[in-house]
Write a protein that binds this ligand. Sequence first.
Ligand SMILES: NC(=O)c1ccc[n+]([C@@H]2O[C@H](COP(=O)([O-])OP(=O)(O)OC[C@H]3O[C@@H](n4cnc5c(N)ncnc54)[C@H](OP(=O)(O)O)[C@@H]3O)[C@@H](O)[C@H]2O)c1
Length: 359
Amino acid sequence: MGRLSAALLGATGIAGQQFLPFLAGHPYFELKVLSASARSAGKLYIDAVKWYQEYYIPNEFVNMPVISMEEALEKADFDILFCALPSEIAAEWEPKFAEKGVTVFSDAGCFRKEKDVPVMIPEVNYDHINLLTAQRKNRNWKGGIVKNPNCTTVAAAMALAPLKKYGIKRVFLSSMQAVSGAGYDGVPSMAITDNVIPYISGEEEKVEFENLKILGDLDEAEGEVKLLPAVFSASCHRVHTLYGHIEALFIEFEKEVDIDDVKNSIRNFTSKPQQLGLPTAPKVPVILTDDPFRPQVRLDRNAGEPERCKGMSATVGRVRYDHDEKNRIKLITLAHNSIRGAAGNLVLTAELAKAEGLI
Ligand SMILES: NC(=O)c1ccc[n+]([C@@H]2O[C@H](COP(=O)([O-])OP(=O)(O)OC[C@H]3O[C@@H](n4cnc5c(N)ncnc54)[C@H](OP(=O)(O)O)[C@@H]3O)[C@@H](O)[C@H]2O)c1
């Protein structure tokens, strides 16, 4: 069977450029269109992009022309779209593509709160992808909109997914977030060098809501997700690292838990993307470490096997009781913000949609 054709909006940005290694030679998708702002449109990709990855631009994209969004919309001659635009721009453009029959897989924050819009981490809530069917019906679209969570949500939700079965009552989260999470022009070096900034606008609200949505249960009859009935409280901070968001979680359960059982649940966690053998599914989605000095941002942010899944595994460590309270634990979780938190996770989501016959 032929590959589905794909476009990428925001192709030159921090999140956008990290789609390229995931889509080069992809078995399901052929990336045919690169688009960015008027600043970049009309240039070749290599001339438009400020490339800041440790690897080179995959050959097939180096000399691809970058087109404007107007041109991309006018043609709309592709099946799916990956969107890595700033949220306010995405909010205007994504519905236009969905109306034209394109299914949009998006990193941007807009629409995540809408009831019929799935916010996906395929290992955590694979069944939520079926919200697309309700969305298409509600909006009379042949296409649709599927969302990635905020990058800070991802590290938490991946650590919490294996623990949902114990009955999560309350979660406190304290994040240490890399500068790349704010985009290339996001945090000036004068502001962050030798510093920690204790506020990221809008971040805590997103992390609190999205975790409850992703960990909630799909009600297919109602065409919505019932939020996890738990209290989630986040404090988000920007630190002087480049990639990888690391977070301390304090979790209270309905009942007492056995700490070894909790560790085994994390260690053995696997899910539908692994069962389906999706190309971007890491062998082990959540790696548990018993080393008290891990996870570390620099050492563990690129975790994931095989090679194409580097950065797709979250790493969880320091799993312990909170004092002697057997219904409370503490842990540290780390995920790569622009791979598992953006490009890689979204490509995996599109692979799931394809495997489920939704695109
Ligand atoms: N960075 C991360 O770790 C991360 C993680 C998860 C989600 N996200 C989300 O991904 C999106 C992009 O973030 P980023 O960090 O990649 O930002 P970024 O580095 O600033 O890149 C923004 C991209 O959008 C394009 N763009 C900006 N204004 C535009 C306009 N008016 N019309 C068309 N294109 C426009 C830029 O094109 P030009 O180069 O031509 O200006 C560039 O390709 C955001 O919604 C962000 O929240 C980012």
